[in-house]
Write a protein that binds this ligand. Structure first.
Ligand code: H2B
Length: 97
């Protein structure tokens, strides 16, 4: 069973995830890409990673703007899997921006 991170651990994680914020027991990042196709490219790459990790973000897609929300549904909060997924999402965005 995934372990919920403590507030201190979440604070440390946010220190290395400057684009992310804590919102309603989830790590959240909003990003505007250059075009809708580019945004969908990001979503497709994140989908592959998430499927491989068996850990999936909530994704909101509005034209070029994406909002990623990482939390562990099975425990109702933030675990190390969410921090890892957030880092991987940053890597996808950085590679496509
Ligand atoms: C059966 C499967 O392993 C689980 O449903 C996985 C799928 N992806 C998941 N993703 C997230 N974010 N949280 C989960 O608890 C979760 N559980």
């Amino acid at each position: 069973m995934a372990e919920l991170l403590s507030d201190t651990e979440i604070g440390k994680a946010l220190g290395v995830l400057p684009e992310w914020r804590l919102l309603e027991r989830a790590l959240v990042r909003e990003v505007e890409m250059a075009s809708f196709p580019q945004a969908i490219q990001v979503v497709n790459r994140v989908a592959e990673i998430a499927e491989n990790d068996n850990h999936h973000p909530d994704i909101d897609i509005r034209w070029r703007t994406l909002v990623f929300r990482c939390s562990t549904h099975s425990v109702g909060g933030i675990t190390a899997q969410d921090v890892s997924l957030a880092e991987e999402i940053d890597g996808v965005i950085d590679a496509l921006r």
